[in-house]
Design a protein. Structure first.
Length: 234
């Protein structure tokens, strides 16, 4: 943690994860019961695991899944370096959690090769690095192929991608065709640079059901559905 300075955030000393002001503030507002404070604070100081999901809207999904499972089997033979597990609640078992350190990834030939594979597939858009907690909202939204979704603060695009993937996968499954779903996801971000990043991250889906806008959410214009002639769809 660090101190705010001139509108920016200055990191504390390398390796230090402590702030007396932070601790005092959250103790004063009693964010958790007093007997749970130590566990809460320890959790805040703990590194998040690496989590990723396999994109479920490409021709390479099955190949990527097989490769990841092979790597997971090899990692299981070296339990001392960390864990490589499936996230049990993610649909179709396409999300994973890895607690193997970078140094261990470099030490073991099989793990090093897999790490390089992850980097390349992430760049290719077949794997998406995403925190597990960020995967939850799109699952609960239960997006269907015919839905019209407005994501008002969409960048960098992980949840937007999830929704589009779901629409395409369900439509393909139900129609047995590769035609695009009838629904649409409108992804908005007020910052044009973040909008550009959003398009860059979702380019791999090649989806005609994706629209990107850069507009202030509180002033977002009314929309019109040409199929139902409903105004003010927002």
């Amino acid at each position: 943690m660090g101190e705010p300075h001139g509108g920016t955030y200055v990191s504390a000393a390398k390796g230090e994860r402590k702030s007396d002001k932070f601790e005092k503030y959250y103790k004063d507002i009693k964010i958790v019961p007093e007997d749970e404070w130590d566990a809460f604070y320890t959790s805040l100081q703990t590194d998040l695991p690496t989590t990723f999901r396999i994109v479920n809207a490409t021709l390479h999904t099955e190949y990527i899944l097989r490769t990841v499972e092979e790597a997971r089997s090899k990692a299981a033979l070296q339990p001392d370096v960390g864990k490589f597990t499936r996230i049990p609640w993610y649909p179709n078992g396409l999300a994973y959690e890895v607690t193997i350190s970078r140094s261990d990834l470099r030490k073991h030939a099989d793990l090093k090769a897999f790490h390089q594979f992850l980097v390349k597939q992430s760049e290719a858009g077949t794997i998406y690095r995403q925190e597990a907690v960020s995967m939850v909202p799109a699952i609960f939204l239960d997006v269907q192929p015919h839905h019209r979704v407005l994501d008002m603060c969409a960048a960098p695009g992980s949840k937007t991608s999830q929704m589009l993937e779901t629409m395409h996968a369900l439509h393909r499954q139900r129609t047995k065709t590769d035609t695009p779903p009838p629904g649409v996801v409108v992804a908005n971000d007020a910052n044009p640079r973040r909008g550009h990043m959003l398009i860059h991250h979702l380019r791999h889906l090649n989806s005609p059901s994706f629209v990107c806008t850069t507009h202030a959410a509180q002033l977002f214009p009314n929309t019109h559905d040409p199929h139902t002639h409903v105004q003010n769809c927002t």
